[in-house]
Structures are given as structure tokens and as C-alpha cells.
Design a protein around this ligand. Sequence first.
Ligand code: HEM
Length: 945
Amino acid sequence: MIVLLGLLIFAALLILCVIKALIWVWWKPMKLERQLRRQGIKGPPYKLFHGNLKDNSAALMGAQSKPMKLSHSIVPRILPFIHKTVQNYGKLCVFWHGVTPRVIVADPELIKEVLLNKSGDFYKIRPNPFVLLLITGVTTYDGEKWAKHRKIINPAFHLEKLKIMFPAFRICCKELISRWEKLVFDGPFEIDVSPEFQRLTGDVISRTTFGSNYEEGRRIFQLQTEQARLVSQVIQSAYIPGFRLLPTKSNSRMKKIERESKALFEEMIKKREKDLKQGECQNDDLLSLLIDSSFKEVQEHGNSESVGLTIDEIIAECKLFYFVGQETTYSLLVWTMVLLGMHQEWQEQAREEVLQVFGRRTEPDLDGLSQLKIVTMIIYEVLRLYPPFVMLTRLTHKKVNIGEITLPQGVEIGLPIILVHHDRDIWGEDAQEFKPERFAEGVSKATQNRISFFPFSWGPRICIGQNFALVEAKMTLVMILQHFSFKLSTTYVHAPYTVVTLQPQYGAQIILEKLYWVFKALNKVWWKPRKIEKCLRQQGMSGTQYKFLFGDLKEAASTKSFIWLGATPMMNIMDPELIKEVFANKSGNFSKIEPDPLVKLLADGLVNHEGEKWARHRKIINPAFHLEKLKLMVPAFYASCDELVDRWEKLVSNGSFELDVWPEFQMLTGDSISRTAFGSNYEEGRRIFQLQTELAKLIVDFFDSQLFSIFRFLPTKRNRRMTEIEREIRTILTDMINKREKAIEAGEAHIQDLLGQETTSSLLVWTMILLSMHPDWQDKARKEVLEVFGTDKPSFDGLNNLKIVTMILFEVLRLYPPVVLLARENDKEVRIGNVTIPPGVQLAMPTLLLHHDRELWGEDAEEFKPERFSGGVSEATKNQLSFFPFGWGARICIGQKFAIVEAKMALAMILQRFSFELSPTYAHAPYDLVTLQPQYGAQIILHKL
Ligand code: HEM
């Protein structure tokens, strides 16, 4: 009886189960199918138990069994079954995902309704428990739990937090670049960028999640990577409930990994929580931001456990970041490389833009990245054609209406991103083509405000890491474009397929090549000038139009506010106030212009140094030019001048003599520098000047015959001689300095020699010419000198008392400044007055033009009138910066007093002994060769007094 009863119960249960199973596999699907069909949602008929899964797998296997040609029509390969279904049944259709209907919604209007739904009618489909080991956290929750997690995570992805994480991006990208640079060292190199980007994106997410504890974090993510591999192996086979509990080898390994990573996570999180409570946490990584945000939430809404996140929940979110953060950005980067490898013209355009914004060496910053228009267009077009997630899915949580139709509870919804992104009805006949120009005016214009482009989804559940991913991708791309050019390898096989995200099935083989100097040169002579020109014009400045390579070098001088020195724009600054701004700039924004390497041979040292190096050198040298040191040099000046006037006296022994005073003064100033700089070693110093003079001639000669200074490395006779001279000068100087153990570096002596010599001789020669042209001033000066010194040797104090002579020297310096133009270059964007000047513009302060400006000096600006300076320089200039023969500001000429004392000494001694006038053979032809010089010499007739 009992047995019978048992059998009956068993039979009843069996019948119940069978009925339930029938309802599950037959009655319910058929009912749902009818409901859907009645509303016009059609599709392939339901098949018992498997639905259309077998058809789907067969179509997928067929499509992915062979590679495809190099085209972007990838939908039939990625979603072959759904593609066919939509073709046959329209953009709202259904197929059977096992016993559950999956309604495919490929119409932007309906997609909008699903994604923008705020009442929580659509749930996420719960993934397979194995997948939950990898993809957990916020993306798998719904309803209140989702809202709570999203609220806590959101702040960690705000833009200002991205700024904090930015350095981590940079470090990882730099590592990639230097790895690649080694590979291409010997020439083009083929590389599969797929594992490279996996490593990069993994590194980025490890660093941004764990910050300084990145090494510890790395271990966790290594475990996660292994877990991902095991999970993807298991989910290849059909899912059997309870299978996870079986003690198979891979199941035990997965459990062990889970345990180990949980323990590591817990340890780190507890430490952070402790630090945070003690205010020691830096909050510069995702983990801290998450803990912090959760902590604040608890503080704000009472100490309830249900408000913040538990440790397990924080762990789940971090794991999610790792998985999505890596897989998605990796997919975006890999396809961007493939597509730019295929479409070289866009690669060029992107590089042009990158070089314009950042140049070749500047590391990208967040502001610069946001200026990249072409790169953004390219990234969007890659995301359109190759979206990392090809489909989004949802589940109706209750009966819900979309558009005209009503979907019953328990229906899956598929939003096939890739199908919509490739839809000809939406994107036009060229939908399968790579055309980044579609996005030239942004996403809304390209999509006409429809949801037809949604790689990051849309609505409340839009990707939280969208900005993170875009910044990371842009940064990587920029640095790659700055350093390499690349093309697809012939071994690359086009076979996009999906393993969670869209990936290249057989890798992404790219041939990398180091960017050659051609690009560098092109940037210099084409991209950069064009960009600067645009920027200046936008601010209303007039200027000549840049002409490739030569700029305005072949043209006559122009009155425009900027002109082109070859590929370099030069802005003339004519307003004393603005000049002051440039000179006074203490932040180091303006630097001296790097001279041609050849010119550096002649004049190196302090004038050409920048920043700290300049400050250090200037500090060492300054004391040597102090007034009391100058006093010590006076005997040396006197000795040199004495030699000169002695020589001249011999020449005029017959009463008068004509001579070209230009070489005379060059010799004099060279001589006195040798004496002051080298003291008793002055004969050796002289040798240096002979060598310098020979070198200067060779260099001028070189520039007459060669366009590029790089040719100086060719082994010609002249080039070899230049190198020999340079070496000899250095040897003599080093030797002398070593001997005297002076703290002056070799370069320093070198530059003071040349500049000191050239400028003072320029001042002296023009003074002689002007005093010859204006005998009244010559007489006044002589009178003063004789009053102060009689015929005695001029003393230092006496020289300081010469008022007329000083006025004359200032007026000569005004009309004939030895250095006619001072120039600066800005290495960063700067503002002067109302103008923003982009980096790379040369600013010219044309001393000569300002000194002759009628508006500043009056109608008689061109006349020689030393009386202007009778009340001193500030009175003459009305305290404006309109007189600056020695420069101004921190970098004012260090030898200013030296030059004036020397010139006064020479002039006083000449005036004591001779009167002079211009020879009729003198031809007035001032010209600028480093300093302002008389082109055909300065022929003067000397008369013995
Ligand atoms: C190119 C890169 C990326 C793409 C194309 C992308 C795409 C998406 C998409 C389509 C969704 C919505 C999924 C759905 O609704 O079913 C999503 C969600 C999400 N993404 Fe991304 N993602 C990217 C990068 C990232 C990164 C770098 C992170 C974090 C580091 C991230 C974190 C998340 C999170 C947490 C969610 C869940 C949001 C929620 O459910 O409220 N994503 N992503």
C-alpha cells in the first residue's frame, strides 16, 4: 500500500515535472510567440528547447571559419544569424534564445525608449555564474542596488578625478613607446599590437585602481587574467547547472584564485580604510576614491550598513573595472591601429594634428587632448564600425510598452549596436566605409540626434568609464603618432570576432617604423607655421602669408606685425610697454633663440644659456664685472689704448694721416679683453683672437655657399679647418683656466671675448665717425677731457666725471646701437598685452627701430643731438623703455660698464692727442653683421694736435 502510495506520489510528481517542463519548453514559448506575432513581431519559428541557438551557432561557425577580405562589412561575420533575421523580418523581430524569446530592436526610436527608460522596466540579464566571476558589480545589478552602487562609483570617474589619474596613463604609455622604440631601432619591425594593447590597458587599470600599491595590485590582476582564461575555456562548453560545484581541476583552480584575490583585496581595502579614517589617504586612485565615496555616503545618510559598500562589494567593483576597463579600451585601440594602418591618409591627418598640438616631444596633457578634433573623429568612426560591445541585452521585468507594442514579462531584448552602426538607412550608402569626416561636427550632427551611435550605451546606464577610455585611447594614440608611422603587415588576416568584446581573431600585425626626420622637418616647415599663423590672425594681427620653407626671406622688409623667417614667424614688438613685459618676464617663458650650431662655435657661453644654467653662469661671472673689479682692469685698458695712440702718433708724425679706424678698434678691444681676461697670459689670448677671426671668415664663407648647417659635418677642407680651430681655442682656454684655477668655464671666456670685442669696437667706430661729422661735439668733448685730465693719463674716477663724453656715447648708442635687434622665443603659450602668442614664435625687439622712432624721440629722432641725454637716460626717455642698447631686465648686458669705461678711456686718450675728420674716401654704409659695422670701413683723417 505504502509502495503504491509512493509510486502514485512519484508518478504525480513526475507528471507535474513533465507538465512544468512542457510549459517551460513548449506552452510558454508558443504563447509568447503568438503574443508577439499578433503585434507584428516576427522571426524564425521556435524550435523545442534550443530555440534558434543551434542555427545561431551554425551560422557563426560558418561565418568565422574563414577570414574575410579587407572591408568593414563585418556584420555578417559578427552577428550572422541576427543579421539575416533582421534582413528577413525587419528592425523589430524576434528569435529564440533557447526557450526565451529575444526581441531584436534595431530601430533608433525604439532603442531610445529602452535605454532611456527610467522606471526600471528593463533589467540586465543575469550572466552565467562562471561569467559572474569576472563581470560582477554595478553592471550586473538592477533597481535600488544598482542606483546605490552607481551613485557611489560616479564621483570616482568625474573629470577632475581623471586629471589625478592622468600621470598613471602617461607612465604606461611611455613604457609602451620605449619598448617599441627598441624594436624599431634597426628599422621597420612587425609587431602584433593585440597583446601589446592588452598589456597596456591592463597596466593602466592596475595603476589607476591601486595607485602607489600598484605592484601589489598587479598580483591581483594577474590572478584575474588567469581567471578570465579559465572562465572563457569553461563557457565554450554548454552550461550545466551545478557544474561549478564539481571538483574538476579547473573548478578548484578557479576557487583558489577567487580565495587568493579576495584575501589580497581585503588586506588592501582595510589598510586604505584605516588610512582614510586617519586622513593619510591620498585619494589618487580608483580604490581610494571608491572607499572615500562610500565613506561619505555613510556619513551623510547615517551609519547604516545599507548605505555604503561592503568590502565584498568594493572588491566586486574593482574586479569589474579591471575587466571592462581592459577589454574595452584594448578593443578600441587595436581597431584604431588596424584602421589607421589601412587608411594611411587618415593616419597622416591625425599625425599632422598631433604634431600641431603637441609637437614631436611634448607629452600630451588633458587640455591638449581635448583640442584634438581629427583624432576624436577617427576614434568615433572606429567605435562606429568596430564597437567593442556589439550588442546590449535587457530583460523585461514586467509587462512593458515600447512604441506601439506591448512586451510581456520575461522577454529578452537585444539592441544590436553593430547592426545599427552599419545601417545604410541611417548612415547612408557609404555606411560600411571608414569616413571619420562624418563626425566633423560632433555626434549629434552625425546622428541627427537619434540614438544610432551608442558604443557606450545611453541613458542612466551609460558607460561610467567613457571619458576614462577616451582619454586613455587618445593619449596612447597621440604618443604612437608622435613616434612612429605604421601600416598593416601583409601577414595580417582580417577576421574580427567577439570574445566578450570585438577582437581581431588572428592578431593585429602591424609594421612599425620610427618617424623619420622628414616628419619632423615637415612639422617645422609646414604644420607648425600654419598653426601659428592661424592663431595670430584670429587675434586680428596682420602678417605676411607663410610661404613654404623660405617664408619672407626672399622678400624686402615688411611693415606687418609678423613676418616669416623661413618657417619661423617673427613678431615685431614696437611698444615700449610690451617690450618691458618681454624683458621683465621672470618666469622663464621667453628664452633666447637657440643660435645656429655654427654661430655657437663663435659665440657660446652665457648669452646662449637658458634657465638654471644661465642663472648659475651669470652668478659666477657677475662678480668679475663689479665696479671695484673694473677699477682693477683700468690699467689694462690704459695699456691697450696707450699702444694704439702711440702707433697713431707715429703715423701722424708728418701732421696728418688717413687710416681706417675699424680694424684699429677691433685690434684695440681684442687686445684689452686679452689683457683683462688673461692677464699675463695675454699673448696666448691674442692667439685666440687670431683663431676667432679666421673662424669667423670661414663661417661667413660657409653660409654664402651652403643652405643647411648640417652640411658642416661633411669632411670638406673648410669644415675640417673649422673643427681644428675650435679644438685649438678650447685647448688654449682650458689650459689657461686650469693653470689659473679660475671658476670661469671655458665657454664663458669665449663669449665675452667675442661680444666684448665686437660691441665695443662698434661703439668706438661710430663715435669716431659721428664726432668727425659733428666737429662742434668733438670740440666740446675734447674741452671736457682736457679740463678733467689735462694731458695726464685718464683715471677711473676721472672717466666717471665725463659728462659730455657720456652724453655723446649714449647718443651714438641710440643712433647706431651695436646690436640692432634683440630676439626671444617663447617655449610656452604666453600673453603679451592683449595677444596670446603660441609657442614657437620669435619676438623681435628692434632696438634700432625704437631708437629712431619719431613718436618716441620727436621729429629730430634721426639727428645727432647728445644734449638729449644731458639730464640722464630716464629724462631722455621719459622713463619709457625706448633706449636699450644693452638690453634690459634680468638679462641686461653684463659687460655694459666694462664697455663704457673702455670706450671712454680710448676716446679720452684719442681726444687728448688728435683731432679728426671724415676722409672723402669714406662711404657711409652701416650694415649688420652680428653688430652694426661700417661696411666699407671707417676712413678717418687724423691730425696731430
Ligand atoms: C572603449 C571603451 C568602452 C566601451 C565601448 C564601453 C562600453 C560600455 C557599455 C556599452 C556599457 C553598458 C552596458 C549595458 O548597458 O549593458 C558600459 C557600462 C559600464 N562601463 Fe564601459 N565601456 C568602455 C570602457 C570602460 C572603462 C574604461 C570602464 C572603467 C574603468 C568602464 C566601466 C563601465 C561600468 C562600471 C559600466 C556599468 C554601468 C552601469 O551599469 O551603470 N567602461 N560600458
